[in-house]
Design a protein around this ligand. Structure first.
Ligand code: F6R
Length: 613
């Protein structure tokens, strides 16, 4: 899972490459590198400094040659080989006249490496990637040009890849190709670009094209020539770019996470926009699946990873209540390897803010193969999952750069609930006035979210009392349960504290043995159908010495009576309450991360988009 950028036709591409690598850091940042053709040679620099690799790379390139031709850059999240400078991309061949960057995994790299080494090639890294550049070297030595040698190389490798390769003998050319991982192309006057995703190109061009699986592109200044891997010409699909660079920057906040938490009301409001027709009925224009097809649906699967899975878990409660359809939620990496019972009347919903997560996209591919109608909820317009699904529903949260999902997560809950209401409308399980009433309550959410966000200082104060705590349980029931899961995930990934999310009723079946003084229990005690039972579960842990922090509705003194600290939230209807209840938990995790000295935008070992298994 890496970020890729390439440019040809710019007299001084280095600042552009470094800027794009900064934009791409959310794809991984444990190492970074650049290679360019200058004076008939390949010049290369690489850095591997955990979270500051791109900044280090900028320092290393201070004395790079100017006036160069093609250039490529890479920011890495390690899969094969430790994050060291030797393993950082670009990788070069034995002659040093070829350089290659790669996102993905080459599955047959061991056999290829053994063969290359036996035939005299010297490998200098532990990566799966390096074999590709040596294979190109081999084929060029046999007489192929760069494009033909790359094609032959791709015929020898198995796995997932987006690659870009440059050669000192063809100074203005970049050859790029993809299979299963994303790659976009761009054009502007005399310049041609490639990148792993769109934000890297914002500010440089709006003429952007998607490279499809098993396509190869030859970039020369101002030109793109796209073919299949076999060489048949292809007209690439042009994409619509609606984001500007400003939208992808921090806008005065100390970090992306703060900025993106603050943008949550807007993200939800925008996701709700223009969903009602003249008669008040719900309309989902972009869905691409007809009402007739949706009427046939008799089962729903919602499949996702991480925070997106937690959004899916909230939606299960809403769909079962509103649509009365059996609704299963599953983790994508499990779903795709079991035998889910799916038929042509199943709707399979993949939830992925990036639309690129490999586990989820492969799960959708499997669902499609099994005959399901596949619908994707994504934040990225024209993401590869969005393009391959039967239908799509976009969250409209804008780019999310913070590694830990915030605004996209809440927008996903809202989008999935809109989908639930749409299905209820089609299946006739809710009347038009009932749907209208729920939509009206949804329209109130942005204002309630703003009110909740404004209480950040009260959350900070609670956090300051928990700095010595190392063990946290997050408990909830009904929709409070996925909220608890999300709160625990945020605390783990940002503050590196042990945090378990549990269904509160399950605690007495084992985990309660871990409750003792010093353990913090964060309970979701907003009013839902199981609120009373939730308070009983909280009383059980309080009496065993846990420090209790409760998320509770404004003025709920009964809840406050069993808590040491309360995170007050404005009440809303139970099925919508996760959109509010998650916010203080994000703020708590953020503040504890800061108090422990961690940068919330750069949680260790993580990357924003996970395009490996
Ligand atoms: C956690 C987080 C991740 C993502 C997960 C899925 O804060 O952001 O758990 O939710 O990696 O990513 P997408 O939604 O892009 O498929």
């Amino acid at each position: 899972m890496c970020g890729i950028i390439g440019v040809t036709g710019e007299p001084d591409a280095l600042p552009l490459i470094l800027g794009a690598l900064h934009q791409l850091e959310y794809r991984g940042y444990d190492s970074a590198g650049v290679a360019l053709v200058a004076g008939g040679e390949i010049w290369r620099a690489r850095a591997a400094d955990g979270t500051h690799s791109v900044a280090d790379l900028a320092a290393l390139t201070a004395d790079a040659p100017r006036g160069h031709a093609a250039a490529i850059g890479h920011t890495r999240w390690a899969t094969h080989g430790h994050p060291t400078p030797e393993n950082a991309h670009p990788h070069v061949d034995c002659t040093g006249r070829l350089a290659l960057i790669h996102n993905g995994i080459i599955e047959n790299h061991s056999a290829l490496r053994a063969d290359l080494v036996a035939n005299g090639h010297t490998m200098t890294s532990a990566t799966d990637t390096e074999v590709m550049v040596h294979l190109i070297e081999r084929f060029m030595a046999e007489g192929s040009d760069l494009t033909a040698a790359t094609r032959r190389m791709l015929g020898s490798v198995r796995g997932a890849f987006s690659i870009a390769v440059i050669c000192a003998d063809e100074p203005d050319t970049i050859v790029a190709a993809r299979r299963s991982t994303p790659l976009v192309l761009g054009l502007r006057d005399g310049t041609a670009f490639l990148a792993s995703d769109i934000p890297a190109l914002i500010g440089h061009t709006r003429e952007v094209y998607a490279l499809a699986d098993d396509e190869l592109a030859v970039l020369t200044p101002g030109h793109l020539h796209v073919t299949t891997l076999e060489g048949a010409p292809v007209i690439p699909e042009q994409l619509t770019i609606t984001w500007d660079l400003e939208a992808a920057q921090k806008g005065g906040f100390p970090d992306y996470m703060s900025k993106e938490m603050d943008e949550q009301p807007l993200a939800v409001a925008t996701t709700l926009l223009d969903r009602r027709g003249a008669g008040g009925e719900l309309i989902l224009d972009e869905l691409r699946i007809s009402a007739d097809e949706l009427r046939r649906i008799d089962k729903v699967f919602i499949v996702a990873c991480g925070s997106s899975y937690h959004a899916a878990a909230v939606a299960k409660y809403a769909l079962e209540h509103w649509v009365k359809l059996p609704t299963e939620v599953d983790i994508a990496s499990e779903f795709r390897y079991r035998d889910p019972v799916i038929g042509d009347r199943t709707l399979c919903v993949g939830v992925s803010q990036s639309g690129e997560t490999l586990d989820t996209s492969e799960a959708m591919r499997e669902a499609s193969r099994l005959g399901a109608k596949v619908l994707v909820v994504s934040n990225v317009v024209d993401s590869s999952m969005a393009r391959h699904a039967d239908g799509v529903l976009y969250t409209r949260a804008g780019p999310e750069v913070g590694v830990a999902s915030t605004k996209c997560h809440l927008a996903q809950i809202v989008a999935l609930e809109i989908l639930g209401l749409f299905l209820a409308q089609i299946h006739g399980t809710l009347t038009a006035p009932e749907i209208g009433e729920i939509l009206n309550a949804m329209d109130e959410l942005p204002a309630l979210m703003t009110r909740t966000l404004s209480r950040r200082r009260e959350v900070d104060e609670v956090a300051s009392k928990l700095t010595d705590a190392r063990d946290f349980f997050f408990l909830g029931r009904h929709v409070g349960y996925p909220v608890a899961l999300e709160g625990a995930l945020k605390l783990k990934e940002l503050a590196y504290l042990r945090a378990e999310g549990y269904a509160a009723g399950e605690l007495k079946h084992g985990p309660i043995a871990l409750i003792e003084p010093g353990v913090v229990v964060v309970g979701i005690a907003t009013r839902n159908p199981l609120w009373e039972k939730m308070l009983s579960n909280i009383a059980e842990v309080h009496s065993r010495g846990a420090t209790v922090v409760l998320v509770a509705d404004d003025g709920d003194e009964e809840a406050a009576a069993v808590a040491d600290h309360v995170l007050w939230v404005p009440p809303t209807s139970p099925l919508l309450s996760p959109v509010i209840g998650v916010i203080p938990l994000q703020q708590l995790a953020y503040r504890l991360a800061r108090l422990h000295g961690h940068d919330p935008d750069r949680p260790r070992n993580l990357a924003k988009t996970v395009t490996v298994e």
